[in-house]
Ligand binder design. Structure first.
Ligand SMILES: Nc1ncnc2c1ncn2[C@@H]1O[C@H](COP(=O)(O)OP(=O)(O)OP(=O)(O)O)[C@@H](O)[C@H]1O
Ligand SMILES: [Mg+2]
Length: 318
């Protein structure tokens, strides 16, 4: 039996501001199976980080529910979330700003152990060295501060810190996006090795379809706060159902992820408004832009297999 260690059901998050309400997430549902990688792909503003923050318990949903490792965390506050924070950690995009620039690498990696009062000085030191080696850094790096490291080395430190408490889940929010192509490949391969060795579960957020193809077991494609397509990697890449997915795939070479300069954000153009539950992609869609149903009829997910589904009235015909 497979076990789903993240389970998100009809999750919505609205932000109210002076300019009106932003529906950052609109009833998304997803599940991540233990030991696997779910990639969340979508252009800027599609709601990826909002979803990550909710799953990490850093924000509270407007509607819907979240369970992590079998615990319903939907309305947890920081103190209720704290024990779970050992099991679910995050690595973010910016290699430098996510690390305390006044701290040494040793202190940064030790940080979570100090915060959770884990072990004594000696056992923590041993653990820091073990983690340092696991992420491919040398002992000489221990005394350095972030500005004395490269971007890739900083990201390795961030990964080591995220692993310090032996978590079950890592949320990687554009964790390799700021890295040069060759360094990105190294860090991706490191993440794959760590997943194999430690049985980690990844929620892997990326703009970059090449990276998603390289890393993911399953993929969800987000557009304007909704999941417009989901499936196994091969379902989404080989037989996409949604025109948005197909458009993304056409714009990005996926065979060699290291050569993926084009990203989802490069294909953004402005959309015209629709009825709330209708297709938000319509104005960019080669099929739907002239069809009334796409502008007015509410969408529900169509599943073509147990895992492959899309949110489209007129999916790609095969
Ligand atoms: N705290 C907030 N207050 C108001 N609006 C917000 C807030 N956080 C996010 N949003 C809005 O919610 C939408 C989704 O934002 P989010 O950061 O989740 O996107 P994203 O997919 O992570 O984008 P990117 O790829 O640029 O990181 C955006 O329209 C954003 O402006
Ligand atoms: Mg984001």
């Amino acid at each position: 039996m497979t076990s789903q260690i993240i389970n998100v059901d009809k999750l919505s998050r609205e932000f109210k501001g002076s300019g009106g309400t932003v529906r950052a997430l609109d009833a998304i549902s997803l599940a991540v199976t233990e030991g696997t990688t779910l990639a969340v792909v979508g252009e800027s503003g599609s709601g990826k980080t909002t979803a990550a923050r909710l799953i990490l318990g850093l924000d509270t949903p407007s509607k819907g529910s979240i369970s992590v490792l079998g615990q319903e965390i939907t309305s947890f506050g920081p103190s209720q979330m704290r024990p779970l924070r050992r099991d679910i950690q995050v690595v973010q995009q910016d290699p430098f700003s996510q690390l305390n620039r006044r701290h040494t690498v040793k202190r940064i990696i030790e940080g979570p152990m100090l915060a959770f009062k884990v072990g004594d000085k000696k056992s923590r030191e041993e653990r820091v060295i073990e983690l340092l080696e696991a992420v491919g850094l040398e002992r000489e790096h221990l005394k350095r501060k972030p500005h004395e490291l490269s971007g890739g080395q900083c990201q390795r430190v961030a990964i080591a810190r995220a692993l310090a408490l032996d978590p079950k889940i890592l949320i990687l929010d554009e964790a390799v996006s700021a890295l040069d192509v060759s360094v990105r490949a190294q860090v991706l391969n490191l993440l794959k090795k760590l997943q194999r060795d430690r049985g980690l579960t990844y929620l892997f957020i990326t703009h970059d379809l090449g990276v998603a193809h390289y890393m993911a077991d399953e993929i969800v494609v987000m557009f304007r706060g909704r999941i417009v397509e989901r499936g196994t990697r091969s379902e989404v890449f080989d037989t996409p159902g949604h025109h948005y997915t197909a458009g993304l795939l056409a714009s990005v070479p996926v065979a060699d992820f290291t050569d993926t300069k084009a990203a989802v954000s490069d294909v953004i153009v402005q959309a015209t408004p629709n009825k709330a539950d209708a297709c938000a992609y319509r104005s960019r869609c080669p099929i739907g832009k002239n069809l009334d149903d796409c502008a007015s009829k509410a969408l529900t997910e169509t599943m073509s297999s147990a895992t492959h589904g899309w949110l489209c009235h007129f999916p790609i015909d095969r």
